[in-house]
Ligand binder design. Structure first.
Ligand code: NAD
Length: 512
């Protein structure tokens, strides 16, 4: 395994900044006594401190959003949309700076960080098109002289709770669509990667959001609980781990909020023997080890069908050639894991796999990166001979660990995947249209790639994870986001000519 030999050069010796809250358009110094450290995962450099907002500060943020809602929800839709045109321009202008901040706090490579920002910008472009997305439906003459039409009206104050792994994209999945639809918003970014979100929030203010329309509070479990219970909050959008997401969904629902929680995954790729071998293996390696496996759409199980079982050595060799190091270095393929705790957890799961009898074909537990001795490194790791009951198969590892499973035919592969409780995504590599169709028709997951390893839909569709990968029924962005962030009203009207008004009969019975 190749590792970066660049010496670390510290960029700052000054006292790290303490992040502010954004409440009612103002940067607010939190009065809390609880703080978290934001550490560069490549070397543990202290980048900033994050304050955990007090309950008074959370109340202020929600109250600011509640007050701003009155005017913002009445602001003409084109005017709201134009803010997002300006925001997409500002995000593009600041693309490199955002990506650099993201790499430093999250660890992924600069190219990947640019992709993280870019996929968010695409949702902002969609938000700028909100007027056509908000259009309702009309049917005239549902009865004599009677027409029915539907309206999508905003809900009020919406909340977004985001994970560490996509510090730009996931906040941008949420607040642009919610706000463009006429809502106001309180964002609670991951306490591990909140710096990029703050830069984005600042750009959103510069783009012309009035005070209080977007607010940002920081913190962990307690802040989230407060937000989920606040009587003025109408909807909660959560992205993160399964355990936390289920609890957030339960709590928010219990307190009468609409809630969607996009949670954990265990994504499988099927490699058919008729696939283009080189392309299939390259795609698999990128999808398994890109961002060090810390993507909810990462491939963590490769199902090798029939003669494709003989591709194991090539897969291992390709993984072994990946270049590991600090994400800022241009030749690096894989950065560190987010934290020492994440590293310890992933190594613990690899140890468990070995203990349970799986065969370790490539071991990433002992990777060292010269100059970055304190980074959270785990190299590409590959297992074969894994049984479904082993913890490495059962759990979402969220690290650079790939499991290879051999099966005799496609139906056995489909059966294995459908038995898995998660259902975010799955890919198949094949040259056969029939095989691809059989797979897409019978596989029980929400997003399917055919010769595409990570089939994340563009924002005119929705991110349609299924089964155990989602709580709630409406997905992120696309038309589902419009439904999630609005209430549908259906209006039925009868306008009769004045001279007929007196001759209208009294209606007592249901129409037949
Ligand atoms: P996490 O669940 O630890 O944190 C997510 C958010 O929840 C953070 O803002 C955090 O502050 C908050 N939180 C943490 N503990 C909490 C608690 N006890 N109560 C209430 N809130 C709490 O997740 P993470 O480690 O930041 O992110 C990785 C996870 O996110 C993975 O499981 C990944 O699959 C998932 N994810 C899913 C999708 C998807 O679309 N399905 C997308 C991205 C990430």
């Amino acid at each position: 395994m190749d590792t970066s030999t660049e010496e670390h050069t510290s960029t700052t010796k000054t006292e790290p900044e303490t992040l502010k809250l954004l409440i009612n358009g103002q940067s607010v110094v939190s009065q809390t006594s609880e703080f978290g450290d934001i550490l560069n995962p490549a070397n543990q450099e202290l980048l900033a401190r994050v304050p955990f907002a007090t309950s008074d500060e959370i109340d202020c943020a929600v109250e600011a959003a509640r007050r701003a809602y009155r005017d913002w929800s009445e602001t003409p839709v084109s005017q709201r949309a134009r803010v997002f045109l300006r925001l997409q321009h500002l995000l593009r202008e600041n693309h490199d700076a955002l990506a650099l901040c993201l790499t430093r706090e999250q660890g992924k490579t600069l190219d990947d960080a640019k992709g993280d920002v870019f996929r968010g910008i695409e949702v902002v472009e969609q938000a700028a098109n909100i007027a056509s997305l908000l259009m309702g439906e009309t049917v005239s003459n549902v009865g004599r002289g009677i027409d029915t039409f539907s309206l999508h009206q905003p809900l009020g104050v919406c909340v977004g709770i985001t994970p560490f792994n996509f510090p730009a994209m996931v906040p941008l999945w949420m607040f642009p669509m919610a706000i463009a639809a006429g809502n106001t918003f309180v964002l609670k970014p991951s306490e591990r990667t909140p710096m990029t979100a703050m830069l984005i929030a600042d750009l959103a203010q510069r783009a012309g959001l009035p005070p209080g329309v977007l607010n940002v509070v920081h913190g962990g479990a307690e802040v989230v609980q407060n937000l989920c219970e606040d009587p003025n909050v109408k909807a909660v959008s959560f992205v993160g781990s399964s355990k936390v997401g289920r609890a957030v969904h339960e709590r928010a629902s219990k307190h009468g909020k609409r809630c969607q929680a996009l949670i954990g995954a265990k994504n499988h790729a099927v490699l058919m023997p008729d696939a283009h071998k080189g392309r299939a293996i390259s795609s698999l390696i990128g999808a398994a080890f890109g961002a060090s496996g810390q993507r909810c759409m990462a491939i963590s199980v490769a199902v090798l069908v029939g003669e494709a079982r003989e591709w194991t050595d090539d897969i291992v060799e390709k993984a072994r050639s990946l270049h590991i190091g600090a994400g800022e270095h241009p030749s690096v393929d894989m950065g560190p894991l987010i934290s020492p705790q994440a590293k310890e957890r992933v190594i613990g799961l690899i140890d468990a796999g070995v203990h349970d009898g799986a065969r370790l074909l490539l071991d990433g537990r002992h990777v060292k990166v010269p100059g970055f001795e304190h980074g959270n490194w785990v190299g590409p790791t590959i297992f074969s001979e894994v049984k479904p009951e082993m913890s490495i198969y059962q759990e979402e590892i969220f690290g650079p660990v790939l499991i290879l499973v051999g099966v005799k035919d496609l139906d056995e592969a489909i059966e294995l995947i459908n038995a898995n409780p998660h259902g975010n995504g799955s890919a198949i590599f094949t040259h056969s249209g029939h095989t691809a169709r059989h797979f897409q028709h019978n596989i029980d997951v929400g997003m399917i790639g055919i010769n595409i390893p990570i089939p994340v839909p563009l924002p005119f569709f929705s991110f349609s994870g299924a089964k155990g990968s989602i709580q709630g029924d409406l997905h992120a962005y696309g038309k589902d986001a419009v439904r999630f962030y609005t209430q549908t009203k259906t209006v039925t009207t009868r306008w009769v000519t004045p001279e007929r008004t007196n001759s209208t009969p009294t209606t007592i019975h249901m129409p037949q």
